[in-house]
Design a protein around this ligand. Structure first.
Ligand code: SF4
Length: 527
């Protein structure tokens, strides 16, 4: 008989289908295992269950997911310092990210006993069920050394990216000039000589940053922002140095004009980045504890585990609670879209998208994902001509003062626009992931999101593993199409009612089909 979740201090009356089996499977798993469970399957309950058998730590990438763990499962969460107000009277109105004692140690602050961040940090260290973010885990050796029985890596399809971001370093000439960093060495290839020069540069740069941090800390109150930047660069270089010392295999190291990409444009700089996470994942995430990797989109288990250097992991696919017929993904009759596409291809695509959207109720809002900002405007114009005039919203690139708008800022603008003009469709290059479309019902992809090969680092990474290149594309595709189906029953169709419209309008999806989850494939319908 299946027990009640309340028997395990989980605040629900009943397990959903497959939940209890997944919990038991996870508890009995060997040292390392991977679980793929669709959105809405309730996989977050698994770490809550595990915490009954030993101290469990969950890592997440987003604050929203941490809050979900707190609100629905009573996990003790620790977010980034910027999320807590500083209580020091001389630091009024600032957050703990601007701590006045970052240099000497926060415990030296006379108000440390009232410090909100320290309170939650202490709580996360002592609880049986903690949820912290990946950045905190990677930068906090003390936390990693605390007693842990189960480590759960949520959103684990992001792990290759997280490892590469943590271990890799990219510096632009602008940053070098701003902080007086050493001149970049001339490195054309990642051979042993190049590696030696890169190590020397990293070491010399660390010295410069240490000196700068010391100088700034003499007036920590006024220099908090710059100190934070210096501190982050220092962390980054420390991790890069550690990574290069741990493994000399598969690095991309180059410096010179145009090697460092920033906002899609080549800049002078230095790039020191691994081509794969396989030589770093184990060092960063494996230990005495049992490790469970969980994601809604693992895709091809073999490609994923090879990328992380995991041999023969125990794996499990948890089926979706919603049958494929309730979550159709319409494959529109659109051509393969690429830089070689002709005008008639663009027109055909726009006509198919407009036709699909017109099938849905007029007051449905939603997203169409494109990969470049120029394509956002162009597709918007084409769709206008195909009968969607007055319904399209193309995000502005900059605000009135000329500052580039990030995803959150654009999202804020969109939410207001959508509420003022119901039935609007955002054609965006920034809403691919991390967006909770709870008020949107339409979600489409106008371009399969292959990583940008104009960046020489991406080219090298693709040459290193073509399979991983396809897998990353498939992950992004699945992520983007999941923006409006968030696991709530009202997000899924019934026999009598269509409740959402999800589509792909680029024939290139066939190139990554074998990397897409079975669950997802089953719901694809050609129209
Ligand atoms: S330790 Fe003191 S100065 Fe630092 S964040 Fe906490 S209260 Fe503010």
């Amino acid at each position: 008989m299946i027990p009640s979740p309340r028997d395990f201090s989980i605040p629900f009356d009943r397990f959903r289908p497959y939940q209890y089996e997944s919990c038991v499977w996870a508890q009995e798993h060997p040292d390392i295992s991977i679980m793929q469970a669709a959105t809405g399957s309730g996989k977050s309950i698994v770490p809550a269950y595990l915490s009954n058998f030993g101290r469990t730590v969950v890592l997440t990438r987003t604050k929203a997911l941490q809050q979900q763990y707190k609100e629905t499962l009573n996990a003790d969460i620790l977010m980034g310092r910027a999320n807590y107000p500083c209580v020091h009277p001389e630091n009024k109105g600032r957050t703990c990210d601007d701590c006045l004692f970052a240099d000497e140690g926060m415990h030296r602050c006379p108000h440390s006993h009232d410090c909100v961040y320290l309170y939650y940090k202490h709580q996360a260290l002592g609880t049986n069920f903690a949820c912290v973010n990946y950045a905190y885990w990677l930068s906090s050796p003390r936390f990693r050394q605390s007693k842990i029985e189960y480590l759960v890596l949520d959103e684990s399809h992001l792990l290759p990216h997280i490892c590469l971001e943590w271990v890799g370093s990219t510096f632009h000439a602008i940053t070098r000039a701003e902080y007086g960093l050493p001149r970049f060495p001339r490195i054309g290839t990642a051979n042993a000589a190049g590696r030696g020069s890169a190590l020397d540069w990293v070491s010399a740069t660390q010295d410069v940053l240490r000196g700068e941090y010391k100088r700034l800390s003499r007036n920590a109150k006024d220099n908090a922002k710059r100190m934070r930047k210096v501190e982050r660069m220092g962390y980054n270089l420390g991790a890069c140095m550690e990574g290069m010392s741990a493994s000399s295999a598969a690095w991309y190291i180059k410096s010179g004009p145009g090697v460092a990409y920033y906002r899609g444009a080549p800049r002078p700089g230095i790039v020191i980045r691994p081509l794969t996470a396989k030589y770093h994942f184990g060092r960063l995430f494996l230990g005495e504890w049992k490790t469970l990797l969980m994601s809604a989109t693992v895709g091809d288990f073999q490609t994923f585990s090879e990328e992380l250097g995991i041999q023969d992991p125990l794996t499990r696919r948890v089926p979706s609670n919603f049958p494929p017929s309730t979550r159709p993904i319409y494959i529109l009759d659109a051509p393969k879209m690429s830089h070689k596409s002709k005008q008639e291809d663009y027109d055909k695509q726009a006509s198919e998208i407009a036709r699909a959207i017109r099938r849905a109720p007029q007051n449905w809002s939603g997203f169409i994902h494109v990969t470049r900002k120029t394509e956002s405007r162009l597709l918007g114009e084409r769709l206008e001509k195909h009968g969607l005039s007055g319904r399209l919203w193309v995000p502005p690139l900059k605000d009135r003062r000329g500052k580039f708008l990030g995803t959150n800022e654009q999202l804020e603008m969109w939410n207001k626009w959508r509420d003022d003009y119901p039935g609007s469709i955002a054609v965006s290059w920034q809403f691919w992931e991390g967006v909770d479309g709870l008020n949107e019902k339409i979600c489409g992809v106008a371009k399969i999101p292959f990583p940008f090969l104009g960046d020489p680092y991406e080219q090298a990474r693709m040459k290193y593993s073509h399979r991983m290149y396809n897998q990353r594309t498939a992950w992004m595709l699945q992520q983007s199409l999941g923006r409006t189906r968030r696991g709530r029953p009202q997000d899924y169709d019934t026999e009598d009612e269509m409740r959402g419209m999800v589509f792909i309008a680029d024939g290139n999806y066939t190139r990554v089909k074998s990397y897409i989850d079975t669950d997802f494939l089953e719901s694809m319908v050609k129209i």
